[in-house]
Design a protein around this ligand. Sequence first.
Ligand code: XUL
Ligand code: CO
Length: 442
Amino acid sequence: MNVTTGTTTYFKNVQAVHYEGKDSNNPFAFRFYCPTQTVGNKTMAEHLRFAVAYWHSFCGTGADPFGAPTRNLPWLQAADPMQRAYDKMDAAFEFITKIGIPFYCFHDYDLVEEAATLGESEDRLRKIVAYAQQKQQESGVQLLWGTANLFSHPRYMNGAATNSDFQVVCHAAAQVKNAIDATVALGGSNYVFWGGREGYASLLNTNMKREQEHLARFLAMARDYGRRNGFTGTFLIEPKPMEPSKHQYDFDAATVIAFLRQHDLLSDFKLNIEVNHATLAHHTFQHELQVAADAGALGSIDANRGDYQNGWDTDQFPNNVYELTEALLVILQAGGFTTGGVNFDAKVRRNSVDPEDLFFAHIGGMDAFARALLAAHAILEEGTYTTFMRERYESFDQGAGRDFETGKLSLNDLRELAHRLGEPVARSGRQEWVENLLARFV
Ligand code: XUL
Ligand code: CO
């Protein structure tokens, strides 16, 4: 079958998006995100390492569990699936270069639809990966991470690596092998595992221990394959507590870190923390980032936001500068991203049906992150916040407090000190004061 590539312009009404400063009223301009602006020792582009999510932005048709697609994506109209994949990639690279985002992320079957047989799917993937290589080379756009979709196909209804049927596990392995190959071929900085169906719908039919051991074995096999076949980047696990499974094994950052430690995987795997997954687990995004950072396992983030009234994963574009500032404080204090970045795992609303809406969504998200980066950097530079945090724990910096931290005291020593030192003086936690301090910079 002959295919045509590179002949259609999909976003005709939008040219390259630039920084125009905060007084600009051009809806197709950045008001805060200036990629070349230096913030501390890096530019904004280097700090934030933005990525476009292929699935939401180029595969999402607006369909939801209650209704049919609302967007008739012009790049999905060809009769031949390979032609559709090429058209979609042309549209993707047109958007990514116009918005000026340096990275993208994909699942294997976002790039091209899965075929009826594994052999044919592999053939399709090889072709589209070769085309992606060409598009990356022409544009300079890079791959932040690749992953395998192990949750959409009906064969994964009982899980992928944790399926009760070994034959399904083999199929998941084939997909992961191919997705790692694609990631390596495209110079991806990370490889992600999000275990959407690695969990259960009911414990009555689930051997949880066995399934979790299978997951650990599967991850170790993927790690070994990747390391032997040229993958030098970071493996990332993306926690989420539920949805689509009732309970997902990668529930939250603390659960995943304990799992990785138990199975001796912490040196190869870090975490990809997603905002709306954190809130689904009844945590703040800031909490999940801090848990990951404290374990030296903060790898990358999926940027979006949930809805304060709804209980599900709404994947809206981020717009809350105050909350993002709290997040950026954690990220900057952890040293910032190395291989990771900020992937917009977010979708425009079902009724946002114009091609321009994709630009407005990303511009808003990028500007919100830029403002938060500037605010968090200014807070850390100004120093009142870091001094406050240091002073709050200063009783552990010398004397008996220090001896306690270094393990030189026993429980009985502490009891004797309690007698000697008497009742402690109440010290305010100053939460409102520190909240106001943050607000001053936002
Ligand atoms: C689902 C989700 C996924 C992962 C990649 O909630 O976040 O898109 O990021 O599989
Ligand atoms: Co995600």
